[in-house]
Ligand binder design. Structure first.
Ligand code: AMP
Length: 345
């Protein structure tokens, strides 16, 4: 079995070698938790690793920048790739968790291993097997990124087939992704992980100073852009406060509650964007532009037009942040969400 190591972390670069290792763990009856990532690891990823280490004999962290979830105009070539640092962070985590029973394993497959017949980002020219989760993938993130969840569902299916995890760990930051993947394992009768209850969804890790959701793409932000980024979560929390206040009031019709919640979030961004624009008229300043805010049913992800739903709502959004208002370069797109009236189990 050919593998290498970084500290106490065993590293597999070939899926065939990983499979041989997994066969051995099965014979031993050892459990495997799985944390799929695209690397550029941060505390958000590591919180998933910690949760898995506690629950499983082994935790497999995959690091693979999946081309299928990037549209041709998106940032595949620039996406941060920091493999040596990622492996060192995992090794440090393994050391820190040495009293916990779980052992860490890294799976770093090549694109050739994951897409054995080659791959194009142009969906209309793709040939072969791809996975779509209908009805849950076109709204919210899917409106701006129509082929994104097809790419995610496809690569996660492949990774589940290779890794054969007992449990898998995802972040609430990408809530639509998590809901789609739970549906995927139920609908396609996955054996590993067995059923959506073994697809764990954990709270979003944030910068404690300003509540910004940790994200690998935050690396694109300089100090000015980073200072503008808290606006997204501020707006979501303004929407959540409005929702809760109107619900407590009880006299506001559901459809109006939906509208006023979205208005509160959008209004917060408008005020912040205007303040930045005024700064930019005097000198260098960041700029922001709203992509969307959306209120959706937590299970079906249907867009809410009224609040007849009794099990709460997901308020999600995306914001474009430009480090310098005069920049020609593509803006950084950040995403976040708040749960209204329900918790993820
Ligand atoms: P990515 O590398 O961006 O594909 O993310 C890999 C996993 O880490 C996904 O399940 C994400 O939802 C999760 N993740 C990313 N950012 C965070 C965060 N700030 N808090 C918790 N989980 C996160």
């Amino acid at each position: 079995m050919a593998s290498s190591a970084c500290g106490a972390v065993e590293i597999f670069e070939r899926t065939a070698e990983y499979r041989a290792w997994r066969d051995a763990t099965m014979r031993d009856g050892a459990s495997v938790g799985f944390v799929p990532t695209m690397g550029a690891l941060h505390e958000g990823h590591l919180s998933l690793v910690d949760a898995s280490l506690k629950e499983n004999d082994y935790t497999v962290v995959s690091i693979f920048v999946n081309p299928a979830q990037f549209a041709p105009h998106e940032d595949l070539s620039n996406y941060p790739r920091t493999l040596p640092g990622d492996l060192a962070q995992l090794a440090a985590r393994q050391d820190a968790a040495r009293l916990a029973p779980g052992r860490l394993v890294a799976l770093v497959p090549s694109a050739r291993d994951m897409y054995p017949h080659g791959f194009t980002q142009h969906v209309d020219r793709q040939v072969g097997a791809f996975v779509e989760v209908k009805g849950l993938s076109h709204q919210m993130e899917g409106q701006t990124r129509p082929t994104f969840f097809r790419g995610v569902a496809t690569v996660v299916t492949k990774l589940f087939n290779v890794v054969l995890p007992d449990r898998a760990y995802f972040g609430q930051k990408d809530i639509q992704q998590a809901i789609i993947l739970r549906r995927l394992v139920d609908d396609l009768l996955f054996r590993y992980p067995l059923g959506s209850r073994n697809v764990r969804v954990l709270a979003t890790s944030r910068d404690p100073a300003d509540n910004v959701a940790l994200s690998s793409r935050n690396a694109y932000l300089d100090a000015r852009g980073r200072a503008a980024a808290p606006l997204l979560n501020q707006a979501l929390r303004a929407g959540k406060a409005t929702w809760e206040a109107l619900l407590a009031d009880g006299s506001v019709p559901p459809a109006e509650r939906v509208q006023r919640t979205l208005d509160a979030a959008r209004g917060t961004v408008s005020v912040g964007a205007a303040a930045l624009a005024s700064e930019a008229s005097k000198g260098p300043a960041a700029a922001v532009e709203l992509d969307y805010f959306s209120l959706n049913d937590p299970t079906t992800l249907e867009v809410l037009t009224d609040t007849t739903s009794t099990h709460g709502a997901v308020l999600s959004g995306a914001l474009y942040v430009r480090n310098d208002a005069r920049d020609e370069k593509p803006a950084t797109r950040i995403i976040d969400n708040e749960l209204l009236g329900f918790q993820l189990d």
